[in-house]
Design a binder for this molecule. Structure first.
Ligand code: ADP
Ligand code: MG
Length: 255
């Protein structure tokens, strides 16, 4: 076993005749922070969705913590679509945060964070509330536990969404442009929460357009374009000394 959080080998994904991922291979090691950058439409969200099994790959292998997802080998050489139990087990290891926070509007911040542990994990409510308060504290929102989403800023709502993902105690966090829907003045508070998670040793794959964040926090930067990984490596090398014309152009326009 590799000891990797995510292992992707030769993954392709087609929607009808449209191939949006072509022969992608990469991994995320445990404890590593990888930032994934690339132009709109390059396949970043689709790749994240394949890891979290919101999409099934067309060809190739996706392993999460050493176990195949999407398909599983039931006998040597015989594959079958992952069972719902195995799927649920693998999803529990993954926390996902989207561009849109999608909090339940009729629930307080605390109730939003408690929801999955109570409903999915069957955690007793008192225990779940205590755990949820700890997660809200972690994202700096102890004083907003009883607020409804509509009473919170976009940045605060996104931090609740992060706390909600953390409440399931994932082994890896996937972020899909977590600050893209925010007013510029609210971006920093969300990025600093993610930075703090990195400092705590959380394994993370972050799709972002925040180049400075990638330079500050990533162990590795992956640059995708047109459904392929064009370059990957240490942040400074990829961002400031890109080998390919495509990456050079992309990063020069972002900065
Ligand atoms: P990115 O996140 O890098 O902007 P996406 O992964 O969202 O890119 O999209 C990559 C390509 O896949 C786009 O051309 C998009 O239109 C297409 N695509 C994504 N999801 C679907 C889908 N469910 N059905 C058909 N095409 C899709
Ligand atoms: Mg996207």
């Amino acid at each position: 076993m590799s000891g990797n959080a995510v292992d992707i080998t030769h993954v392709s994904k087609r929607f009808g005749n449209n191939e949006v991922l072509t022969d992608i291979s990469f991994d995320v090691r445990e404890g590593e922070v990888v930032c994934l950058l690339g132009p709109s439409g390059s396949g970043k969200s689709t790749l994240l969705r394949c890891i979290n099994q919101l999409e099934v790959v067309t060809t190739g292998d996706v392993l999460v913590f050493g176990k195949r997802v999407g398909y599983e080998e039931v006998a040597p050489g015989t594959l079958r679509v992952t069972s719902p139990e195995r799927l649920a087990e693998s999803r529990r290891e993954i926390g996902m945060v989207f561009q849109r926070f999608n909090l339940f509007p009729h629930m307080t911040a605390l109730e939003n964070v408690m929801e999955a542990p109570v409903q999915v994990r069957r955690m007793p409510k008192v225990e779940a509330a205590e755990a949820a308060r700890a997660q809200l504290k972690r994202v700096g929102l102890s004083d907003r536990a009883e607020f409804y989403p509509s009473q919170l800023s976009g940045g605060q709502q996104q931090r609740v969404a992060i706390a909600r993902a953390l409440a399931m105690q994932p082994r890896i966090m996937l972020f899909d442009e977590p600050t893209s829907a925010l007013d510029p003045e609210l971006v920093g508070e969300v990025l600093s929460v993610i930075k703090q998670l990195a400092a705590e040793g959380m394994t993370m794959l972050v799709v972002t357009h925040q180049v400075q964040f990638a330079l500050d926090v990533a162990d590795r930067v992956v640059f995708m374009d047109g459904g392929v990984i064009v370059e990957e490596g240490p942040p400074v090398r990829v961002v400031e000394h890109a080998q390919s014309e495509r990456a050079r152009k992309f990063f020069s326009e972002l900065r």
